[in-house]
Design a protein around this ligand. Structure first.
Ligand SMILES: Cc1cc2nc3c(=O)[nH]c(=O)nc-3n(C[C@H](O)[C@H](O)[C@H](O)COP(=O)(O)O)c2cc1C
Length: 198
């Protein structure tokens, strides 16, 4: 696979079976996150690996968080999330170590975390693993964030479910990039994606 083939064939999947990456593979995968653009070198990315027996502990904390966020959350949703988090081969918690007082704005710090996560998704794919980035209301729960090591002002950016794809990756039709691209020639641009011709 050429590097371009690799980038153009990545797709998310939540149909994941063991194995998850080994420790050595995870070290290599996480090294790609250190290549994310990072204004001010603040290194706001944080990664928490959850595997083996700790998966059930995380699943239980997730369910408790769901109830905190919505006391009326239906039982079946709790069960679904419990099963998911306790059986996925590996979860990588994406944390954001944020510095609101810093002159680099928070949004730039958060984007750096996202850029790192994208590198991780691509690296997983390059090594033949599958993954999906998920969030949900629970990522806004400060109690859960603290339980995972991110007391305010630090936050969660979501979870990467990681494993080996159970089936060939889905290949949903992707948008035409021309829809989202314009060439600036001195006037404000329009995009076909917004129903306007450039
Ligand atoms: C910050 C963030 C949070 C996301 N949260 C969820 C989620 O909770 N549930 C979900 O099904 N997809 C979620 N997604 C979307 C999936 O990760 C994925 O991008 C989507 O299924 C499309 O697949 P693709 O990556 O192959 O285009 C999230 C994506 C991002 C960037």
């Amino acid at each position: 696979m050429t590097p371009m083939d690799m980038l153009l064939s990545r797709a998310s999947t939540d149909r994941l079976k063991p194995p998850a990456p080994s420790e050595a593979q995870m070290a290599e995968i996480l090294a790609t996150a250190m290549r994310a653009p990072d204004h001010g070198k603040l290194r706001p990315w944080r990664y928490v690996i959850v595997k083996d027996a700790a998966r059930l502990l995380l699943a239980e904390r997730i369910v408790a968080s769901m109830v905190r966020m919505d006391p009326d959350v239906p039982e079946f949703k709790k069960q679904k999330r419990l099963n998911r988090f306790s059986t996925i081969p590996m979860t990588l918690v994406l944390g954001m170590h944020l510095r609101p007082e810093h002159k680099i704005p928070l949004w730039e710090q958060e984007m750096t975390v996202a850029a790192g996560a994208m590198n991780i998704l691509n690296a997983l794919h390059a090594l033949g693993f599958g993954a999906v980035w998920v969030s949900g209301d629970v990522v806004n729960d400060p109690v859960l964030a603290e339980e995972l090591g991110f007391p305010a002002p630090h936050k969660l950016a979501g979870f990467l479910f990681i494993g080996t794809p159970e089936a060939p990756l889905p290949s949903p039709k992707r948008p035409d990039p021309a829809q989202f691209t314009a060439i600036w020639q001195g006037q404000p641009v329009n995009f076909p994606a917004d129903g306007k011709t450039p």
